[in-house]
Design a protein around this ligand. Structure first.
Ligand code: DGY
Length: 323
């Protein structure tokens, strides 16, 4: 019989997906489901040809140098800022991600976080649970309007377009967007979105939603200067990656009410959350769950596994990021 490729499953995954992988590969699974430190990951990958990762495992030149047999890294995420794509290319290592399967689910969550933030949902619930609710009052937890307001989307890929469609068609919002490149006219028409410069977007949007990839160019794309352009009544929602927002600057802007509120699903250096954000009530905080529905997480795991299977049986990766 042919020698079975050796793969590492770097984090816990659905048991039946693991069984599918075990049927074709020689699998080592990280049963403890602790994030492997770089040296430990390198050690476990030293004799592996493939690995299934999440966005938590960093694949860089130092790791690749220690893993000469590695040929493919299948990320269970659409974002792949944990990959050093140049180093992987130089080492001849294929990378794959999980696009499309999470688009609509993640767009749903972007909208949920926008609504929770604008309407002060978690702040109000904490107040109720703490037994502080004594009577109805005219201005109690009065937030910002969502329907009919202007939504500014920064990053207009598949997920951004999904949010734009929800906003324009479902909530009658005036949608503007900023992106590296303008969408084709038919795509713009489908989501009723208008292209504007970043500064105009920040100055005029009632709600700013971030859904762009994290790259060196987007590091701290929203810092003190950008926050200063926003309306004092505006909200900021980040479902993209921590690091796109300067969390320390955001905490200052929220504390001084230079913007009204923020909703954050991702953080710089997560799972650590900036203590100044934790101390504020005008921010909704969630633990990187935008793609977290059972069917979508299952589809992501399945696609990551399918990428490994297709790569090793010679069909080639299904959703490559660097070829
Ligand atoms: C993604 O798919 O990129 C999500 O953020 C999960 O890491």
């Amino acid at each position: 019989a042919a020698v079975r490729p050796r793969i590492l499953v770097a984090r816990a995954v659905f048991p039946d997906v693991l069984e599918r992988l075990r049927a074709v590969f020689d699998v080592e699974a990280n049963q403890e489901d602790q994030i492997l430190a770089p040296a430990e990951l390198a050690h476990r990958l030293a004799d592996k040809q493939g690995v299934l990762t999440t966005a938590s495992e960093r694949i860089d030149a130092a790791l690749l140098a220690a893993c000469p047999q590695l040929r493919i890294v299948a990320n269970m995420a659409v974002g792949f800022n944990n990959f050093d794509v140049d180093a992987m290319g130089a080492a001849g290592v294929q990378g794959t991600n999980t696009p499309d399967v999470l688009t609509e689910t993640t767009a749903d969550f972007g909208f949920a976080l926008l609504m929770a933030t604008a309407r002060r949902l978690t702040e109000a619930e904490h107040y109720l649970r703490a037994g502080q609710w004594k009577q109805w009052r005219y201005d109690q937890f009065a937030g910002a309007e969502v329907h009919g307001s202007r939504l500014g989307i920064i990053g207009m890929g598949r997920i951004g377009q999904g949010i734009a469609r929800r906003a324009a068609h479902g909530f009658g919002m005036d949608v503007v967007y900023h992106n590296r490149s303008r969408l084709a006219p038919d795509l713009e028409a489908a989501c009723k979105a208008r292209y504007v410069g970043k500064e105009e977007l920040l100055r005029t949007a009632d709600h700013v939603l971030l859904v762009l990839p994290y790259t060196p160019a987007s590091h701290h794309a929203i810092g003190a200067a950008e926050l200063a352009l926003m309306k004092p009544t505006a909200t900021l929602v980040n479902i993209a990656r921590g690091g796109i927002v300067d969390d320390a600057a955001l905490a200052v802007a929220l504390r001084e009410q230079r913007i009204a509120a923020a909703g954050l699903d991702v953080f710089e250096g997560e799972p650590r959350v900036h203590p100044d954000l934790l101390a504020l009530s005008n921010v909704v905080l969630t633990p990187h769950i935008a793609s977290a529905t059972v069917p979508t997480r299952r589809a992501m795991a399945t696609l990551a596994a399918d990428n490994l299977i297709a790569f090793f049986d010679g069909r080639g990766p299904l959703t490559p990021v660097n070829t």
